[in-house]
Design a protein around this ligand. Structure first.
Ligand code: ADP
Length: 319
């Protein structure tokens, strides 16, 4: 391949910029031209396509968000929308496409692949919920944002001897809640992969108080319920008065951490290697700290699994 395209799609994540940079620089290093598609699949359908040079991706490695912009595009879920996208790519002479995004974006890449157009998926989402990779680009940065907020909330929780409920993102996955809860020393972590037992939570809070704990932090993944819903249930069950903090979109922004920049660089570069080798229909990911690639169709048939050993550990450490 001598001309490839790159787009970012779906929810943005910190680290998409270093991933774009890696795609562009790696391709140009191998004498392949790169075209940026602006605004995800919406921009693909409408032909918002521009050639990227080495300098186009200068000074973005440390920036959150995505210089290519992102979008949600319902039209791309239809075969007609996908055909329009393929026509645009062909009109520009682009022979393969790197799609950086979450599992929705992967479905778009799968659809293109199934219509005979080579695509490679790069996992960009803070939720860490893409099957086939142990890490997604943006997860580490989001975790650090949550930890920063959690540490600050802990200060006020201690001063006022309060119980705080902190709602974090993650869609249907509990990864952000689990890792942030473990790293931030939360007393209770609620994840969608497990139900919760209010009696057990109440007992744990009471025991903590008895042994002189000045505060309690409960992390609720958005896939379980809203923080305020949980606080209400807790109040009804225990009369415990809590404060609720919904961290929201701050989790999606900010300068990518070193770990995310390195991850994005490795994964973006591998995606280009695959296209240069003429391999479409693949997705890249991490397995035991090695870059791997796998069939995008098969990956989407699998389900992301949370590390159950970590769930167990978080419980052992928060007694
Ligand atoms: P994310 O990639 O972060 O999971 P979405 O689920 O919103 O975000 O998906 C992003 C975009 O991917 C959608 O707006 C749509 O354009 C495209 N997409 C999602 N599902 C499909 C599908 N089944 N077929 C084709 N395109 C899809």
């Amino acid at each position: 391949m001598k001309k490839i395209g790159v787009l970012t799609s779906g929810g943005d994540s910190p680290g998409m910029n270093p991933a774009i940079r890696a795609v562009v620089r790696k391709a140009i290093y191998h004498n392949v031209e790169v075209y940026g598609i602006y605004g995800g699949y919406t921009g693909l359908i409408s032909g918002k396509i521009k050639k990227l040079e080495l300098g186009s991706v200068g000074d973005i490695i440390h920036r959150g968000g995505t210089m290519l912009q992102t979008a949600r595009c319902p039209e791309f879920k239809t075969p007609e929308g996908q055909q329009k996208g393929i026509e645009q790519l062909k009109a520009h002479g682009i022979e393969g496409l790197v799609v950086i995004g979450g599992d929705g974006s992967y479905r778009g890449a799968r659809a293109l692949t199934q219509q005979g157009y080579p695509c490679v998926g790069v996992p960009g989402t803070i939720d860490n919920d893409i099957p086939g990779t142990e890490l997604t680009i943006g997860f580490d940065t989001a975790l650090n944002t949550v930890i920063d907020a959690l540490d600050k909330i802990r200060d006020t929780a201690t001063s006022h001897e309060r119980t705080f409920v902190i709602e974090v993102m993650g869609r249907d996955a509990g990864d952000i809640a689990l890792y942030a809860g473990l790293a931030g020393g939360a007393e209770t972590i609620l994840i969608p992969e497990e139900g919760f037992d209010m009696a057990e939570i109440a007992e744990r809070l009471r025991k903590g108080q008895e042994r002189g704990k000045k505060h309690s932090i409960i992390i609720v993944a958005e896939g379980v319920c809203s923080g305020s819903e949980f606080a209400q249930q807790l109040k009804e069950a225990t009369n415990f008065d809590t404060r609720v903090s919904v961290l929201g979109h701050i989790q999606r922004g900010g300068s990518p951490t070193a770990a995310d920049r390195v991850l994005a660089s490795r994964l973006g570069a591998r995606a280009v290697e695959l296209l240069i080798d003429g391999k479409g229909g693949r997705a890249v990911g991490m397995e035991s700290n090695r870059v791997v690639d796998y069939d995008i169709v098969e990956a989407l048939e699998r389900k992301h699994v949370l590390d159950l050993d970590l769930v167990k550990l978080s419980k052992e450490l928060s007694i």
